[in-house]
Design a protein around this ligand. Sequence first.
Ligand SMILES: Nc1nc2c(ncn2[C@@H]2O[C@H](COP(=O)(O)OP(=O)(O)OP(=O)(O)O)[C@@H](O)[C@H]2O)c(=O)[nH]1
Ligand SMILES: [Mg+2]
Length: 300
Amino acid sequence: MSAENRSFTFRSGFISIVGRPNVGKSTLLNQILGEKVAITTSRPQTTRNRILGIYNTPDIQVVFMDTPGIHRPQDKLGEFMVKTAFQSLDNVDTGLLVVEPEPPGPGDRFIIENLQKAGVRTVLTINKIDLVRREELLPIVDKYRKLADFIEIVPVSALKDNNLDRLMTILTGLLPEGPKYYPDDIVTDQIERFMVAEIVREKTMMQTRQEIPYSVAVEVDEFSERDNGLVYIRAIIYVERKSQKGIIIGKGGLHLKKIGTSARQDISRLLGTMVYLDLRVKMKDDWRQNASSLKCFGYE
Ligand SMILES: Nc1nc2c(ncn2[C@@H]2O[C@H](COP(=O)(O)OP(=O)(O)OP(=O)(O)O)[C@@H](O)[C@H]2O)c(=O)[nH]1
Ligand SMILES: [Mg+2]
């Protein structure tokens, strides 16, 4: 029976997930969906675009938007990321603010002020509660309660899947009557090419340090199915300096090989096929400050 024939009302809405970098927004979205739609790393500023994640039950659809962490931008890429995060608040039904289990800092206050200015009603999620004791958590909840008029404050652990059912009960309870925006079988609107590039970026970010994780952009320049069912993918890892190129490739190409092996496993799982992954490393001087390079990588 289609949704139209049912006697109950269908409810739906858009929820934007915002917060400082590295608080666990993308981990939370992946865990809610039970599928990995957004890459996650232990480094701040991992997410650079708005990532859609669609949650379905027979009578509910929530369209989540994962967003880049809101920070003080140091370059044009950072400006794009912060703008993307704030734009995601236009026309949403609810904001889901994610914070660390610590008292609100200036960054959190800044985001809260902007949510208020935009008139977005907000549920606060205190994430990573697996890292603190209960006695430590209560005063933090209290501080947030005094700071703003949140619809609800929900402590969770996205990583350990702790209290996410309660969070979802609250979020879905807020949904207005509405249409099904996306078909049931769609979990994200991202195309495979983008997801593949993101996986390569995730593995590169995870296996590099200092400035390199932030200097990396990935472009898939060939994606083709070969006769034997194998998918051939060529991806270019762009860095900003010659020295970074050398580090990523490593002695005898060993480091790049390691990145490729772990990326290939995830891409194979995503596409459900055997994958041949050809990785190249190229340099694009200071691309994070260059408008045309940013455009070329889809950061505009
Ligand atoms: N201990 C613990 N770690 C968590 C939890 N949720 C996320 N993390 C970790 O926090 C780090 C950042 O997670 P992400 O999901 O990438 O954070 P994000 O907010 O999307 O970060 P940006 O995209 O950079 O803004 C990763 O190392 C996660 O494994 C949690 O509930 N508990
Ligand atoms: Mg993220």
